[in-house]
Design a protein around this ligand. Structure first.
Ligand SMILES: [Zn+2]
Length: 126
């Protein structure tokens, strides 16, 4: 069975925020190596703080997105997952999910979330 490369959107954003926290900590750690060069140390410290502050913003954003996400039971692993948009992947088993009956059974395509692509599909139907 081919491995699905799709990741739930919420999980994607969450790993991005976690990456920012680590990047921020690493930058601040690098800054400590330059304690003899004040401006360099301060630059790394500021960049590190920006990374961590930004990750906090991203975490808030995930929280807001989660309230809008639709809770569904994954047909594949039977767990409660949340999905954003018309198509998303299960947070646990990465099973592609859709809210749109028309798209059921179709190949998973992130383009289904784009308004422009939906319009293109509709104009083809006319
Ligand atoms: Zn699942």
């Amino acid at each position: 069975m081919a491995e699905l490369k799709y990741k739930s959107k919420i999980n994607k954003i969450r790993s991005f925020a976690l990456g920012l926290v680590f990047a921020g900590m690493i930058l601040m750690y690098i800054g400590l190596y330059f304690k003899d060069t004040a401006w360099l140390m301060v630059t790394f410290m500021i960049l590190g703080v920006i990374g961590i502050v930004f990750s906090t913003v991203v975490y808030f954003w995930i929280g807001m997105l989660s309230t809008r996400a639709v809770p569904v039971t994954c047909p594949s692993c039977q767990k409660q997952t949340k999905m954003l948009g018309r198509v998303d992947a299960c947070m646990f088993c990465k099973q592609p999910l859709t809210l749109d009956k028309d798209l059921e059974g179709k190949e998973f395509d992130e383009r289904y979330n784009s308004k422009k692509y939906q319009k293109e599909l509709q104009s083809e139907g006319d």
